[in-house]
Write a protein that binds this ligand. Structure first.
Ligand SMILES: [Zn+2]
Length: 191
């Protein structure tokens, strides 16, 4: 940390002091996806936990020594871990494709983080709305899994995606992002 102390020739501004206290941190590629202002805070938190593989999926519970059946609570076909739940699970993929169809976009589920940082064929608002919807979908999938664990009942994917779109549109209107161009206006009206 001492290496970062401003030399005597540098100006001792508040920013320099703050940067010194904070230290140097790498910017992770999913940072803007997780902390998108269109996200509801609860969905950002779950997404942050997913990016760190911190949710208590069954692979983690087994590693902790707990005795649990390893199969995914939703599809009951594959072992439950983060990669399965949020990329490979047939239920997740069905929901993800329904969401893409509603948003009229094409993104590969394993490529969302890269797409969010690099896509050039959509407007900034479309990217933000997609990001918020994707993060809300991860949240809803995790909630579905927890409900299925208790009740053995899995919500229909159409219901999950409707809830995701409803939450994102509500958040959008609450933030009053009203200065839209014609392309964005008609796109968001038709969601
Ligand atoms: Zn599954």
């Amino acid at each position: 940390m001492e290496d970062n102390i401003p030399s005597s020739s540098e100006t001792y501004t508040v920013k320099a002091g703050y940067d010194w206290v904070r230290g140097v941190h790498l910017v992770v590629p999913w940072c803007h996806l997780v902390w998108n202002k269109l996200n509801l805070p609860k969905t950002s938190f779950i997404c942050w936990a997913i990016m760190h593989h911190r949710l208590l999926t069954k692979d983690r519970l087994l590693r902790m020594g707990m005795i649990v059946a390893p199969l995914c609570e939703i599809c009951r076909v594959c072992s439950e871990d983060h990669q399965h739940f949020f990329v490979d699970c047939s239920y997740f993929l069905y929901c993800f494709n329904l969401l893409l169809a509603s948003l009229r976009m094409t993104v590969q589920p394993a490529n969302v983080v890269h797409w969010f940082s690099n896509a050039r064929n959509v407007t900034k608002l479309q990217k933000r709305v997609f990001g918020a919807a994707y993060v809300a979908l991860l949240y809803q999938i995790w909630m579905c899994r927890n409900e299925a664990k208790v009740s053995q009942f899995v919500k229909r994917p159409e219901v999950v995606v409707q809830q995701v779109l409803k939450d994102v549109k509500l958040r959008f209107h609450r933030l009053n992002m009203s200065k839209l161009n014609q392309r964005d206006s008609s796109w968001i009206l038709n969601l």
